[in-house]
Write a protein that binds this ligand. Structure first.
Ligand code: C5P
Length: 287
């Protein structure tokens, strides 16, 4: 099955929780860009992955998903997992979490357990904060540490579906724990106001503000200060083309939202000119 990437169109980090995680309000949307995940019953557990730089052992999040499913259901059939990677890692695009959520959905089907989303969601949350949203493959709002996901109704989802997204990522990843730690070191000034974040989402849902105006990410100033190249290119793309830009999640992938009729060729060229051939550029759209 396809395991889509996501972008955070907003990511308001509103404070630190007693468990060390952060409380957030985030509008997230899945992308047409996706990995492919297969789960096949086998004699022993094994994993093949198209990206040789990724671990195939227990460090890979897909095994965490298998273990969590076994623990919660008692289903112990060994499996062969196949990952075809298109989503870069360390990018803030949720690739690992999406693969893990897809494995849960496939195991759920294969085992005949047919657990509902209300039972699968806590299992997904035990694998990673971003996992529950990928069980839905729909846009919506993440709350709590990310594990509480409310998908939009069809009308709101339709407003996002088909929106063009230009993704651009430098050769280096950003560590998510580092980004949250650096944010916490600047608390409380670095935290967003939860009421304000909720109000802005309500304004967008009500049609009072556009998506471009809504874009916001609490982690962006932290990451942009450490990696000024991200800041410079986002600014240059916004100024040259007039497109809204933002960093996704904890980075390092950023994105622009070109209008439906825009030629993205010159912007893609600009990314390669500024960041060189090791930069990753991809045009996709919101699902
Ligand atoms: O849940 P996940 O494993 O994706 O989180 C990775 C790290 O990011 C956590 O260990 C934590 O340091 C940080 N994090 C956080 N608050 C969140 C989500 C992630 O502090 N809501």
């Amino acid at each position: 099955m396809l395991a889509p990437a996501k972008v955070n169109l907003t990511l308001a980090v509103t404070g630190r929780r007693p468990d060390g995680f952060h409380e957030l309000v985030s509008l997230v949307a899945p992308l047409a860009l996706a990995d492919t995940v297969r789960v096949i019953p086998a004699d022993t557990d094994s994993l093949t992955c198209s990206d040789p730089t990724l671990p195939t052992g227990p460090e890979n999040l897909v095994w965490k998903a298998v273990q969590a499913f076994r623990l919660n259901t008692g289903w112990s059939q060994p499996v062969h997992l196949e990952l075809v990677k298109n989503i870069p890692h360390g990018a803030g695009l949720g690739g690992g979490s999406s693969d893990a959520a897809s494995v849960l959905l496939l195991l759920n089907r294969l085992s005949g357990k047919e657990l509902g989303l209300e039972k699968l969601s806590p299992i997904a949350a035990s694998v990673g904060s971003d996992c529950p949203l990928f069980l839905h493959q729909k846009p919506g709002v993440m709350r709590g540490r990310g594990e509480r996901f409310n998908p939009f109704d069809d009308a709101a989802a339709r407003r996002l579906g088909g929106t063009r997204v230009l993704l651009f990522k430098p050769s280096f990843p950003v560590s998510t724990p580092w980004a949250y730690q650096a944010l916490a070191a600047r608390a409380p000034a670095s935290y967003a106001d939860p009421q304000g974040a909720g109000d802005r989402l309500a304004q967008w849902l009500g049609g009072a503000i556009s998506l471009g105006v809504l874009l916001q990410n609490s982690l962006q100033p932290i990451v942009f200060q450490k990696y000024p190249a991200l800041d410079l290119l986002c600014r240059e793309l916004s100024e040259s083309f007039g497109w809204p830009t933002l960093m996704s999640g904890s980075g390092s992938c950023c994105f622009a939202l070109p209008p439906a009729d825009a030629d993205t060729g010159p912007a893609m060229e600009l990314v390669r000119e500024r960041w060189g051939d090791t930069a990753w550029v991809c045009e996709t759209s919101l699902l």
